[in-house]
Design a protein around this ligand. Sequence first.
Ligand code: ATP
Ligand code: MG
Length: 236
Amino acid sequence: MSILKVTDMTVNYGVIQAVKGISFEVEQGEIVALIGANGAGKTTTLHTVTGMIPAKSGSIQFYGTDITKVPAHRIVSMGLAHVPEGRRVFAQLTVLENLKMGAYTRKDKDGIEKSLEEIYKRFPRLEERKSQLAGTLSGGEQQMLAMGRALMSKPKMIVMDEPSMGLSPLYVSEIFKIIQDINESGTTVLLVEQNAKKALSIANKAYVLETGNIVLSGDAKELMNDDSVKKAYLSE
Ligand SMILES: Nc1ncnc2c1ncn2[C@@H]1O[C@H](COP(=O)(O)OP(=O)(O)OP(=O)(O)O)[C@@H](O)[C@H]1O
Ligand SMILES: [Mg+2]
C-alpha cells in the first residue's frame, strides 16, 4: 500500500519553479531514495511534503489523507517526521532537551519516556552525552541526535535529507546501518542522498531528480546498473 502519494507537485520560489510537476509514491515498509545533483529540488520536495513550504499545485496524500495544505506540526502528529539537511539541532540545548523537543506533539508522558529509552538503546552515545550541549557534539553525533529527535515523535515514516553529508567514511557506514535498522523496526523511509551509491544499496526503489523533474525511477538495484545513472551519479 502506498502511504505517501505525491501527484503532479509543483513548488515555486517567487517566479522560479524549483519543482516542476513531480509524482512519486512510497509504500509501507520501504526505503525509497531520491537522488539528484545540487539544486535539483530534493530539499524543496521534502520541505513541501512535510508542510514547511506550500506546494503551488498538485497533491500530497499520507495514508490516504490529503495533507497538501496541512500545517507542519499536524503532519508530524500524523506520523511523518523530518530529519533536516544540516541536522539543525538546537545548539544551545542539551542532547536530552533536543530529544524532548522531538516529542512536542505528544502528550503521553509514559510513552515519551519509553521512546527515550529506546532511542538511548539505539544510540548509546546520546545517552552518554545527554547533558552535553548539542552544538558541541561532533557532526556524526549531531546526525544521530537529529535522527533520535525525529524518532521521538514515534513516526510511521521518516524523511531524511542528506544524513551522510560531511561525515567520515566510518560514520557514513554507521549512519546507513542505523537507517536500515530504523527501517527494519517498521518505519518507512524516504531518503535524499548525494551518496547515491550507498543510498541505492539500501533502498528498495529510487527516483532521480534533475532540475525539478523526475527523469528516472525504478527498482534501486536496477538503477545501480543503469548506464546513465552510473555515469552521472556513481562515478567516484
Ligand atoms: N528559499 C529559496 N528561495 C529561492 N530559491 C530557492 C530557495 N531554496 C531553494 N531554492 C532554489 O531551488 C532550487 C532547488 O533547491 P533545493 O535546495 O531543493 O535543491 P537540492 O536538490 O536539495 O540541492 P542540494 O543537493 O544542494 O541540497 C535551487 O535552484 C535553489 O537555488
Ligand atoms: Mg538539499
